[in-house]
Design a protein around this ligand. Structure first.
Ligand code: RUQ
Ligand code: CUA
Length: 622
């Protein structure tokens, strides 16, 4: 047994030790916390945008299966606007009033994966944004002066334009290669004929900036593989496009296993300039009204480059001299030389063919393989010759140097990043300031709202040697991809010009009137603070009388031509609402199939007497 004296000295020894430990480590701990506090403070300063001041950048984020576009400001990460594109939106009346209803053509949803801002000389020009819908095979034109969807195309012969949209350096076209292969011409063909009869068709869409419209230029018939992300060449690679593929196994079932058998799939290189010329010369077949180009029958414009197992993203370097393929099932990223690829094409340096298309010799085209980490998906660039690759499995971003192929830094993000977006990251001049990691999983990052968690975004400062996560925000479903454009490139219209000749518009209260033609009723009305005028002659100018069975067309012009004075138009009990921006005219067609007295009211708070901005739709029974 220990003697009391010894016991005491034992305690004294421990106490002295603790004191020393406290002096060494305890003080250190305090200063660590102070350092972290200081760091948080300086990070907060970097992203703080004071009230009334504006962000430096717009981040245009695709909204996945919500079908919409989400506009964030950077560096604050504030959600500024949801722009309806492929799905109806009751707040704005998109898909309710006649014009957008016709554009949506009955579709209830869309799956918007990759936005593409229009480009001039390989730089974002801020004119338009192109959207594509994996769910229902559509392409849309979003005007960046008004942030409104102005045109929509339904594209035949395709299924799931996932790789899209990617735009050529001068916005000649944007391309929509597909994730799914289907029989050409929409006919029924059993899966036993998959390899011969199914095709993965890529569509070239031509934007018309003058009329803010889209047109299908041509389609290219590709093998029955899945196409997964693409990029357009620029500079040395100008005139070319690059698509990644998986399921070159041509599996029709159980893809998880069956499409992961081959060690290599391909990057498809296609010369769109050449194909456009061929199509012009008549080398196409017409399928469902579209010019279909077959690169097997007309060789010389489509080539295959072997790529690591099931590649996901393929990204062009800013100088257009290399393309980078990320093999989602391999720990490496492959960087290929465009010059070497063009040389291999010239010398017919092929290692075989697949589905009638020549395969370039891998060793002749590869520049380097970079060990970035696990689950590389997408790559972006800065202004100093570095690349940034997302690692889905490692939940990290790797920074590596394009010249040396050396990994410089890795940073943790929360969690499982899919895409990442750098400032002006797809252009020939990336900005190099911010990078946003678009994470698929948020887990514990925010206050819980039950089993459904939001997705998340990390804001990363990439201006220094080391990356630094300085902000994080939840994001709307689902951030597949974003492009970040300098705010000074966007010039918006605040109030629509007064157009006296505009169809169905009346510009004064006195002109408001109602016309009847059998059971068709046209209301030419105005909205202004704080009343509706439908019929100037009537002693109840805000009341519309119709009969059950009539079709009522409300043509309403917002004659308040002041910034941000929007009027709404909701019909209580009739399941209708839309809004009219200052200076706009919108038409809502209502089938008056239900008799009764239905209040009409302004749904957008517009003045102190907004509550008084009402009227009636009176539907007399038959
Ligand atoms: S994909 S997470 Cu739809 Cu853009 Cu790569
Ligand atoms: Cu107009 Cu409220």
């Amino acid at each position: 047994m220990m003697k009391p004296a010894k016991l005491l000295s034992g305690f004294a020894g421990i106490a002295a030790g603790l004191l020393v430990a406290f002096l060494i480590f305890g003080m250190g701990g305090t200063s660590d916390t102070a350092d972290a506090d200081q760091q948080n403070k300086s990070n907060a300063e970097k992203v703080y945008v004071p009230p009334g001041e504006h962000d430096d950048y717009y981040m245009m984020a695709s909204g996945g299966h919500s079908g919409q576009l989400f506009v964030y400001g950077l560096p604050s990460m504030r959600l500024i606007r949801q722009v309806p594109v492929f799905s109806p939106d009751p707040a704005t009346g998109y898909g309710f009033e006649d014009e957008s209803k016709e554009m949506l053509n009955g579709y209830k949803w869309g799956d918007f994966h990759h936005p593409a801002i229009s480009e001039t000389d390989a730089e974002y020009d801020g004119r338009a944004l192109f959207a594509t819908d994996v769910g229902n095979n559509r392409a849309a034109y979003v005007d960046l002066e008004t942030f409104e969807t102005t045109d929509m195309l339904e594209i035949p012969n395709i299924a799931g334009p996932h790789c899209a949209a990617f735009v050529t350096p001068d916005s000649e076209y944007f391309f929509l290669p597909t994730r799914f292969s289907v029989p050409i011409g929409d006919e029924f063909v059993g899966l036993d004929e998959y390899s011969e009869k199914y095709k993965g068709v890529m569509t070239a869409v031509e934007p018309d900036f003058e009329n803010e419209q889209l047109e299908i230029a041509f389609q290219v018939m590709l093998p029955p593989w899945s196409y997964d992300l693409s990029d357009a060449g620029k500079g040395t690679s100008g005139g070319w496009g690059f698509l990644s593929t998986y399921n070159t196994e041509e599996a029709v079932t159980n893809l998880e296993i069956n499409a992961s058998e081959n060690d290599r799939d391909y990057i498809v290189m296609f010369n769109w300039e050449e194909i456009a010329k061929e199509v012009e010369d008549g080398n196409f077949e017409e399928v469902n009204g579209v010019k279909m180009f077959d690169p097997v029958k007309n060789p010389g414009s489509v080539y295959l480059v072997p790529a690591p197992k099931s590649p996901h993203g393929v990204d062009m370097t800013p100088d257009g001299e290399h393309f980078i393929a990320n093999g989602k099932l391999s720990p490496t990223t492959s960087m290929y030389s465009v010059e070497q690829a063009l040389e291999a094409i010239e010398n017919e340096d092929f290692q075989g063919e697949a589905q009638g298309l020549p395969i370039l010799n891998y060793d002749s085209v590869i520049d380097k393989e970079v060990e970035v980490g696990l689950g590389p998906l997408h790559t972006q660039f800065d202004d100093k010759g570095n690349a940034y690759t997302t690692l889905f499995i490692d939940s990290q971003i790797t920074k590596w140097n394009l010249d040396s192929g050396k990994v410089i830094d890795k940073v943790d993000v929360a969690y499982s990043p899919g895409h990442l977006a750098a400032v002006e990251g797809d252009t020939k001049n990336p900005g190099g300031k911010w990078l946003v990691s678009l994470n698929k999983i948020a887990k514990d990052q925010y206050l819980s709202v039950g089993p459904s968690h939001p997705e998340s975004m990390d804001l990363i400062d990439i201006s220094g040697e080391q990356m630094e996560v300085v902000g994080n925000a939840p994001s709307q479903p689902e951030p597949h991809y974003s492009q970040i454009i300098s705010a000074d490139k966007i010039e918006t219209t605040e109030v629509a010009a007064k157009d006296e000749d505009r169809e169905n518009a009346v510009w004064s209260q006195e002109e408001a009137h109602i016309e009847r033609d059998g059971d068709e009723v046209h209301v030419y009305g105005v909205a202004l603070r704080s009343r509706f005028v439908f019929d100037a002659e009537s002693d109840k100018p805000d009341v519309v009388n119709v009969k059950e069975g009539d079709t009522v067309h409300f043509h309403i012009t917002n004659i308040d031509r002041d910034e941000d004075i929007t009027h709404g138009f909701g019909i209580n009990g009739y399941n209708e609402n839309f809004e009219i921006q200052p200076g706009h005219t919108k038409t809502l067609t209502v089938e008056a199939d239900k008799s009764g007295s239905f209040p009409i009211y302004c749904t957008n708070f517009c003045s102190a007497l907004h509550q008084e901005m009402t009227g009636y739709l009176l539907v007399e029974p038959e």
